[in-house]
Design a protein. Structure first.
Length: 262
């Protein structure tokens, strides 16, 4: 499908790229207001940030924007963070709590189901296929889900977000050694802050595929966008910041490629 970009490698590592796309089909674009059309909640440049860090890695990316449907949400619409502000499967607000749709343009159940079938299901079918393929090669697979977000969003969290936000759903989604490898690199990165299972504990993708008992391991990395880009329009990539960050990300990916179950 034209909105899916899959690159196949032979290592055990698969990178998920669910929120870097900026494509909005015309029928959905017509429902967005000025705030929505700004696409502020994109994981800007994340595919470029990770590009070329390691070889022989599988990547699965959708070019569809999260305002169409968020492929990192439960397809049945259940909240990832009950009792906390968040956005929905087919968002109606942005990360600041502002409406992104024209009045009366909220998608009904039929429209949500249509988008789920058209965009959410194919992305996860592709991701599941690649994880199964590399698990068949190695006996296990590791999913590293790539994300970023503005470092200050009062609607979603207090204060300033740490630079590295590692999510494993309290250790449920991967082997302890994988968690330790990633956290260790983050903690050792000079000049950067980090947290494990803080505000971001891993989205639906990480929780859904992270089944260590079935030799499927998943971990989410939510980067503060201040580490590699300008956090306001026009959301420019900052090569100096990115080039300082990339070696740490490369270490993480290299470690995950080399990791083997005990």
């Amino acid at each position: 499908m034209s909105f899916l970009e899959v690159t196949r490698g032979q290592s055990p590592l698969v990178l998920g790229l669910p929120h870097t796309g900026t494509d909005v089909p015309s029928d959905v674009a017509e429902s967005l207001n000025e705030t929505g059309l700004a696409l502020a909640d994109t994981d800007w440049h994340i595919h470029a940030l990770y590009a070329g860090l390691v070889g022989d890695v599988t990547t699965v990316r959708t070019t569809i924007h999260r305002y169409v449907i968020d492929v990192n949400r439960d397809p049945e619409g259940a909240s990832l963070y009950p009792g906390q502000n968040t956005t929905s499967l087919c968002p109606v607000t942005d990360f600041d709590g502002l409406p992104i749709l024209k009045k009366g343009a909220e998608p009904d159940a039929a429209e949500i189901a249509r988008r789920r079938e058209a965009y959410h299901a194919p992305y996860h079918a592709a991701l599941a296929e690649e994880l199964e393929r590399v698990r068949n090669i190695h006996g296990f697979a590791v999913l590293y889900d790539c994300h970023s977000i503005r470092s200050e969003i009062p609607f979603l969290f207090e204060g300033v977000l740490p630079d590295f936000n590692v999510g494993t759903d309290a250790g449920r989604t991967c082997a302890p050694q994988i968690e330790a490898l990633v956290v260790g690199t983050c903690e050792a990165a000079d000049g950067y802050s980090s947290i494990l299972n803080g505000r971001f504990k891993g989205g639906w993708t990480t929780r859904h595929y992270g089944r260590p008992g079935e030799c499927l391991h998943a971990i989410q990395m939510e980067l503060a966008q201040s580490t590699y880009m300008q956090e306001s329009p026009p959301w420019d990539y900052a090569p100096d910041r990115a080039n300082r960050l990339r070696p740490h990300l490369k270490t993480i990916l290299d470690d995950l490629i080399r990791w083997r179950p005990e």
